[in-house]
Design a protein around this ligand. Structure first.
Ligand code: NAI
Length: 256
């Protein structure tokens, strides 16, 4: 079977992705800072918010992995520093450290967000923050780039989208045929949604949900993540796949 590493497996989208990957016959290695109630496959407790946390995690992983699903994320309610550390710099450090262990033709899938679509409008800042190599002192990065706490979440996802597009063309991945793609969910019924409601306000979240009739579920997102991991997606690279019931299309097309 294939070995798939999934972060954020203690809850929501990561938990459902792990469960479904197991049903498809994959050997799942789940990662989270919290113990999952019912782990699908094996579990490694790790905190990807620091370089030491990522290094410890890497040391406990097998030498060969077929796919990496970067699902773990924070809502932004703990501030910009922790949010950027988990949602971008930790995720990227894990991906780069794992690249040599990913099999040729393997895949990385990043769970981004519709909240990251400002990457193009904010390209200068995003490019500058993505351009910082390795696992930086995130507090310094936040101060240098004047990222406000309430901007932490959208900025983290802007960086993640821009990095996804770049990583698809980065030698580290490209030389060995490792594809790097993103999935951008709209509002999904998981514990993080309540935190988004606190950060963004109910009106904003409810209007997004109303545009497409309902919120998504973890089960709406997981199959798309696993498709991008699969050989069926062998010619899909550097893509962002919105999984939002049509929300992004309705905004782009100025429907409603
Ligand atoms: P969730 O809160 O249910 O799950 C996130 C998981 O990440 C938790 O189990 C948490 O313990 C783990 N995690 C947090 N910090 C960590 C760290 N330092 N190290 C390791 N694991 C850590 O949320 P959900 O909805 O499953 O979110 C998954 C991803 O989907 C996140 O990246 C989120 O930004 C993204 N997303 C979610 C949306 C939603 O409405 N639910 C919308 C758009 C994107």
């Amino acid at each position: 079977g294939k070995t798939i590493l999934i972060t954020g497996v203690a809850s929501g989208i990561g938990a459902r992705t792990a469960e479904l990957a197991g049903q498809f016959g994959a050997d799942v290695i789940g990662v989270d800072v919290r113990e999952p109630a019912a782990p699908a496959g094996s579990f490694v407790k790790a905190d990807i918010s620091s370089k030491a946390g990522v290094d410890d995690l890497i040391a406990s992983l097998p030498q060969r992995i077929d796919a990496l699903c970067n699902v773990a994320g924070l809502s932004g309610n703990t501030g910009a520093v922790s949010t950027l550390a988990v949602n971008f710099y930790g995720l990227r450090a894990l991906s780069e450290a794992l690249a040599p262990r990913l099999r040729e033709g393997g895949a990385i899938v990043n769970v981004a967000s519709i909240a990251g679509y400002g990457w193009r409008a904010n390209l200068n800042r995003a490019a500058s923050m993505v351009g910082i190599e390795g696992f930086p002192d995130v507090a310094k990065v936040v101060a240098d780039h004047q990222v406000k706490n309430e901007e932490g979440y959208p900025v983290s996802k802007e960086l993640l989208l821009l990095w996804t597009f770049r990583a698809a063309h980065q030698e580290l991945f490209k030389n060995r045929g490792i594809r790097v793609n993103a999935v951008s969910p709209g509002p999904v019924e998981t514990p993080i949604l309540k935190q988004f409601r606190n950060v963004l306000g109910d009106a904003r979240v409810d209007s997004d949900i109303a545009r497409v009739g309902r919120a998504g579920t973890s089960g709406d997102i997981a199959p798309v993540v696993l498709f991008l991991c699969s050989d069926g997606a062998r010619w899909v690279n550097g893509a962002n796949v919105p999984v939002d019931g049509g929300l992004e299309a309705s905004i782009n097309a100025e429907v409603l």
